[in-house]
Structures are given as C-alpha cells and as structure tokens.
Design a binder for this molecule. Sequence first.
Ligand SMILES: Cc1cc2nc3c(=O)[nH]c(=O)nc-3n(C[C@H](O)[C@H](O)[C@H](O)COP(=O)(O)O)c2cc1C
Length: 458
Amino acid sequence: MPSDPLLFGYSLAVDIETMARQGDALHLHLAGGRSVTLACPDLRGEKIVERLQAGPASHAALADICSDSMLVRILSQLALNQVLHWHFGPPDRPFCRVESFSGTYCPIYHPAEAAVLRQPLSRFACLRQEQGETILQNAELHARLVFLPGGQDVLAATLADPTPSAWRHFLFCTGFLEPVAAESPARESWEFHDLLFHDATRLFVGERPIGKRDRLKGKHPKPEKIAPPLSQDRIALPPVDTDRASASLRQVMALRRSLREPGEWPLQLADLSTFLGRTLQAQLKPDRPDDRRFRPMPNGGGAHELEFYILIQRCAGLDAGLYQYRESEHALYRLPANAALAKRATLLSAGAMGTEEAPPDCVILMASRLPKIAREYEGIAYRLSLLHAGVAMQSFYLVATDMGLSPCANGSGDSLVFERLTGLPLLQETAIAEFALSGRRVTTPAGPAADSERPPLH
Ligand SMILES: Cc1cc2nc3c(=O)[nH]c(=O)nc-3n(C[C@H](O)[C@H](O)[C@H](O)COP(=O)(O)O)c2cc1C
C-alpha cells in the first residue's frame, strides 16, 4: 500500500496559549483571543494537544498516543475550529502544507486502495502563485495546498503523475483528487470558474479575511473618486422631466417586462436624458455636496465604482456613437469610437436577445473601475461590482417601464470590444454588464400608448 502515516502529519494553525479542563470539556485559548472547546472525556485530549504544541506531528506519532476513533474525534474538532493544518513529508521539514478558510474541512489519514490513487487531480483544483508561494487550490474543498521550499520542485512537477505513491495518498486523503464516484448532476452543473469565484468570495464558517479593508493602503495612491471625461466633445443633456406623471411603484413592478424588440418610435434624446437622470444622477440638495454617494441606487460602501457608457444606434436628437455619461454634469461625452466596433457591440446585445434583425436603439455598457472598489473591500471587489450591476439593471427596468420605454437586461457581452471602443485598459476599467434600451411602443404592457406618450416628430 503506497501510504505512509509517518509522512502524513498535522500541526497547529494558531498557537494555543492555555488549556483548561472542565469535566468532559477541554477549553483552549488561542492566540488572538479566540477560544475553542473540545468535547473530550479523558486526558488523551490534553496529550494530543500538548504533542501538537511541541511542533508538527505525524499521524503515526499521534496514533501512538491514542486509538484511532479518539484521535479522529479530537483532530476533527480541531480541524472544524480551524486550529489544524496538515502537511506531507517529515514533520521537521515538510514538503507542503494544507490550509483551509472553511470550518467544514477535516481530512484525516486513512488507508486507501491503490486504484483510487490513480484518480486525476480534482477538476476544481488549480495551481497558481501568490506572494512567492506556489499554491494548489481546490475550490470544492475551500482548501489550498501550499508547496514549501523542499517540495516545490519535486512534488508540484508530479501532480499529473497517477502512479500510486505516499504523495498521491496524501492528495487523496486531503481531497485533492477527483472523487471515484460518478459526478452528481448538481456537481456537474458547476463549471470550474463558477466554483472558484464562489469559493473565493464567500465565507464558509471560516476565518477568511473578507470585508471592509484596504489591503493596498500605503502602497499605491487611491484611484480618483470619479472617472475624468474621456473626451472634449461634451453634449449637455436636456433637463430631466420631473413634471411627467409617474405610476405607483406597485403598478410599475406589475407591468415590468423585458421588451427585446425596439419600439415603433425611436428613442428620444429627451427620454434618454430623463431616464439617465432618474436612474443615475445624484439627487442634489442644498446641504449635500455634488456627490455620487447620493445616486438613486444603493452601492456597497458608497464606492460607486460603476461607470455608464451609452452606445447609441438610433436616437432622435443624438448621433449614433458611444458616449460616456457623467451624472455630476448630466452630460454625455462623445468618444471617438470605431463605427464598425460600435456596430459589433450593438449586434452583440441584439444577439443576446435573439433580435439581430432589429438591434436595440441603445445599449448601456456598465463598466467597473475595479481598482476603486478593491480599495474599499478585500476579497469581494468583483462580486460587489456584479451585484451593483444587478441593482442598476432593476433600476433601469423600473424607470424604463414607468416611462413606456423598452428595456432588456443582457446576460453576456464582450469586454475586449469595450476596451477597444474606449481605449481603457481592462485592469483599470472593464465592461461587466450590458442593458438594452429602446424607444416607446404603440402598445405597451399597460395597453395602447396615450396620444400624450407619442414622442414629438423630429
Ligand atoms: C441579469 C439578467 C440577464 C438577462 N439576460 C438576457 C439576455 O441576455 N437576453 C435576453 O433576451 N433576456 C435576458 N434577460 C431577461 C430575462 O430573460 C427576463 O427577465 C425573463 O425571461 C423574465 O421575463 P420578464 O423580464 O419579461 O419578466 C436577462 C435578465 C436578467 C435579470
């Protein structure tokens, strides 16, 4: 059997400062102030903990202290409380360490048939570099294996070698090999990148550093609060129509539908202006600065890292082309975008809706200045931008519905086309969502449009 309990070992992930027994409970006080209580009826608990306090220990060394079932019980409790790490190699100079940000991960050494060790690496595993370390990450386990100097060259190079070995046995026991059983339909539904993103941006009863923190503080200056104009070609928008009747929220919610075909009437500049003003323009008040934190839509941490670009195909009063919207001025800035690329972006939106023959009047391209929100939140910047795009989509739907316009969210888009259209480097600002908006219809979900709804002729 290619396994070796001398090479499979455990160590403490965090120092245990004190240990105290109270009946069947063993209380551990950890460095950093956290406390953990182990259910452990006899002194073997103390012995295991003391052995780990002395330094990394092999499974064989711990098995000498107590029987398998008690050992599993103690190790599992340490693992589920994130007090345990695992290693492969001699305890005094291991080749790799396994750590987890999840309170559900607790691999324990156990024998295995040679056949299962021939399984390939998990399809959710990936090898990557982080701060000079080589890491084998497994999104399904919410765990990662860190290669240590002695193991990097030898072990990392053999990850694809299925020959049964003690190393392969370690990968099996720690869950890094693909399971032998056929994939369940639920597991098969998850693509690699979906689970990687999910794993990396959620907590799993774990101690992961996710949340409000600037991990680059002092290293780089913060990006500008608001993106500068990208051209000199400024077009002041007509005033937002605040006198126009508005249906009740209840009615608007009930009437909202995705309308993919453009309306009979082209989008009007006045409507576009009112739509942008109602959805994106900060509500100016005498005691408030001109600040996008007062935009009509909510935003995590008030970062407002999303920028909005308006790709016009058909709009009475406005030339076709790509425009940057700056809500603080309620103005559009025309970008010198390549016409063929702009057409391609419009057709991509039409393609997403199955309306290639009748592309939308306008597509709103939502772009995230990710470096901006990454300075507010650690670990979840991209997740927040996607959530913000969803928030914007619902605002767009509701206001478009209220105005009798034709809205439809798009699930797919091309960030490289956006990069080429705007000239913005992808890592600085990138399109993450698209929304099609077209003019009014003769018949809306609410019924025939009133004469007053008919747009003025141009
Ligand atoms: C995030 C999101 C992405 C969408 N992507 C598309 C899309 O790419 N193409 C499309 O035709 N409709 C798209 N839709 C619209 C949905 O198909 C639509 O909301 C759904 O069929 C329900 O219809 P309703 O909006 O009329 O209630 C999307 C909707 C959302 C919220």
